[in-house]
Unconditional design. Structure first.
Length: 317
């Protein structure tokens, strides 16, 4: 068993788990409750799971809630480690074959975990799979779903997280809404070219042993937030692992709810870390651009297809 450092409470588990579920928290208690309840509500009983909650020095009500829930390991950081450091902490003590990472501002369908594991098992060499939120449209208006969500937040400011989701989904459950938007988009599970593309870690699962071989969840300084999930995808991709965007598992991501609740400038933090990311990966990105342009793909086409390349080239301009 891993030694238990100060600030950690660990419940012994009789067998090695199949999956380590990691929930990262920083205040925003109403969102955290939705995340935890939806994550736990539909777990396949045949899967052995351990739950690791890692908290980034939240207030007393959040810490008290975390202490009250069924959680195998609870890490209460008294010094801020950020999303990046907290997730890396959890990864280092995880015992599962797979590690599932969850932001604390998501709502998950009942079969989220089984769906993501199925992706990894059906696609040979798959190491990461991420639930789908981007690239979808709101069926009632055909707006991009992220645009529609931002509109709903403005129009229904002050409402609870559950009420905001009900406004977006027209009262549907997350299962019903997810099936609808995925069906309308004709979504299929697809491989993501890494680099220069990536998937997000708001609801991600990965093969722990492979990730350990490429340096662990975090092997670079991306404190406190941003770009560490990109770096992980790129390390996995360059080592020969496949990265998937699920076509069967939808996650509703409230997006930055924790940052907004804590009045944290996540945009500035992410920009700083993107500069670190691009500096680290500059040779590979330049080589990719050179190869693509030599085969007839224009810079404008590359920028339109890969949003991270667009940011990289904007930094370089």
């Amino acid at each position: 068993m891993t030694d238990t450092p100060p600030g950690m409470m660990k419940t012994p588990t009789p067998e090695a788990p199949d999956v380590s579920i990691v929930i990262r928290s920083w205040n925003a208690l109403d969102y955290l409750k939705l995340t935890y309840e939806s994550a736990m509500s539909g777990l396949d009983p045949s899967l052995r799971c351990e739950v690791i909650c890692v908290d980034d020095n939240s207030n007393a009500p959040t810490r008290e809630y975390l202490a009250s829930i069924a959680c195998d390991t609870l890490i209460l950081n008294r010094k801020k480690r950020g999303v990046t450091g907290g997730t890396s902490q959890a990864h280092r003590i995880a015992q599962g074959r797979y590690v599932a990472i969850l932001d604390s501002d998501v709502i998950l369908p009942r079969c989220w975990l089984a769906g993501l594991i199925s992706d990894l098992q059906r696609y040979g060499g798959a190491i990461i799979s991420s639930a789908r939120f981007s690239g979808l449209r709101l069926p009632s208006t055909q707006e991009p779903l992220r645009f529609a969500w931002n509109r709903i937040k403005r129009e229904h400011a002050g409402q609870s997280p559950a009420e905001l989701f009900a406004a977006l989904s027209d009262g549907r459950t997350v299962e019903e809404f997810g099936q609808l938007v995925l069906r309308e988009a004709h979504a299929t599970t697809s491989e993501v070219l890494c680099p220069p593309d990536c998937v997000g870690s708001s609801c991600m699962i990965y093969d722990r042993a492979f990730v350990d071989r490429v340096g662990g969840y975090l092997d670079h300084d991306y404190f406190p937030y941003g770009a560490e999930d990109v770096d992980l995808c790129w390390r996995v991709g360059t080592a020969g692992g496949r990265v998937l965007r699920s076509g069967t598992t939808y996650v509703h991501h409230f997006e930055h709810a924790g940052w907004e609740a804590n009045r944290f400038d996540h945009i500035a933090a992410r920009r700083d870390n993107e500069r670190r990311l691009f500096e680290r990966w500059r040779p590979q990105l330049c080589a990719f651009i050179d190869t693509q342009t030599k085969t007839g793909t224009g810079i404008a086409e590359l920028r339109a297809k890969y949003w991270l390349l667009d940011l990289f080239l904007a930094e370089r301009d």
